[in-house]
Design a protein around this ligand. Sequence first.
Ligand code: EPZ
Length: 419
Amino acid sequence: MEYIKIRGGKPLEGELNIQGAKNSALPILAATLVCDGKSEIHNCPNITDVDAAINILKQLGCTVENKSNVVSVCTDNANCKEIPDNLMREMRSSIVFLGAIISRCGSAVLSFPGGCELGPRPIDIHLSSLRKIGVKIEESGGKLLCFTENGLKGCEIDLPIPSVGATENILLASVKAKGKTIIRNAAREPEIVDLSNFLISAGAKIFGAGESTIVIEGVKNLKAPIHRVIPDRIVTATYMCCTAVTKGETLLKDIYPEHLNSIIPLFLETGCDINITNNNLHIKAPKILKPIKLTRTGFYPGFPTDAGPTIIAMTCFAKGTSVFVETIFENRYKYAGELTRMGANIRVEGRVAVVEGNTEISGAKVEAWDLRGGAALVVAGLGCSGETTISGLNHIYRGYDDIVGSIKSLSGDISLQSM
Ligand code: EPZ
C-alpha cells in the first residue's frame, strides 16, 4: 500500500502551474454526451475522478482517449443508457450524467449514488427538477429508472438550494429540450460558467450562467467542441496553504484571480503577502501566521467549503484562535481528529470548529478519510517539524494531480513510499 512521507519545516519556493478544475472537468465530460462527434477537452487534470468519468463514458459506448491532459470523447456509438452500480459508486458526482444521458437517449438507468465521507448527499433537488422537465423517474431496488414519454420540455425551475450538481443536471437536460428553461436560484460557481461555455461553444443557447437566474433555449443539435478547462481554485488554495505554513514563497501560475475573491482575504488576514500579475499569483508567507477570526463557508461567491480543511490546517500554525462555521456539509471535519494526532488543538461542535494555534504540531502517522481532509494532512505535514506519513491516498488522488511531484517541484521534502 502506498503512503506519502513528508519531512516538514522546509520553506516551499519556486513556481507551479495549477491543474485544471476537477469540478469543471467532471460535468464537462458528462456534457460530451449531448454533443455529436468528437469533443476535445484540454487542461483535464490527471486524477482518479476523471478516470471514473471516462470509465462511465466508455460504458455508455463512447470512444475516449486521454493523453497529456487532453481527453477526447467521440459519442458516435454512444447508445447505452445504464451506468452500473460499481461505476456509480466510484464517484458520487456521477449523478450529473443523468441529465446528459436522458437528453441523448430519452431514458437512463442509474443506481442511487449514495452518500460519501461528507455525509448523506441527497439528490432530491436533481430528481424534482428533472421531473419538471418531463422525466418520469421510478426508484426501485436502489436504482433510478428514468424515461421521457414525450421528450424533454423546457420549464421554469426555482431551486430551493443553489445546488451545483442540480444546476448542472438541469443545464444538461435542457440544452436540447423543446422550448425555454429558466433556472432561478441557480448555483453561481465558476465551474457552472465553464460548463456553460463548453455547451455554448457546441451551439447551445445559454444566458446568465454565473448569475442566480440562467435561461436556456433548447436547440436541435450540438456539435462537439474543443474546450480548455479552467484552473482549479481549490487546488490553488491548497498550495497557498502549503506555502503559508512553510514560511515559503511561491509563484502559482495559470490561475483565475477572480475565482479566488473569497479566498485571498483570508491569506491576507494571516499576514501573507500576495501579488497577482495576469494569471499568476505570487504568495510570500510571514514569519508568524496570524489567526483567521471567523470564516463561514457558503455558496459561491462565498468562501468555498472545499477550501475549508486546508485553511483550517494552516490556522493550526497561527498564533491565536481561529473560528470556522461549515454551512454546506454536515460531516466536513472528519480530518480534525487526524490533525489532533499531530498536536493540533481543534474543538469541533457540530458545524463549528475552533482552532487554537500556537500548539506544537509534530509529525505523526495519519490517514486521509476524504479528499480535502487528506490535503489538509499534507499541509500540516509540511508545516510541522519531524516526519509525517499519510495513508488513504486514494482519497487524495481523486482531486489532486501529482500532489507529490508538485510539492517536490517546490522543494518540499516529500516522497511516495510503499509498505
Ligand atoms: C459540488 O458538489 C462539488 N462537487 C463539491 O466538491 C462541492 O463541495 C459542492 O458542489 C459545494 O460547492 C463537484 O462539483 C463534483 P451541491 P454537489 O449540490 O453538487 C444539498 C470536492 O471536494 N443538496 O451544491 O454535490 C447538499 O446536501 C467536492 O471537490 C440537497 O439537499 O453539491 C449540500 O448540503 C466535495 N439535495 C448542498 O445542497 C440535492 O438534490 C450543496 O450541495 C442536492 C444537494
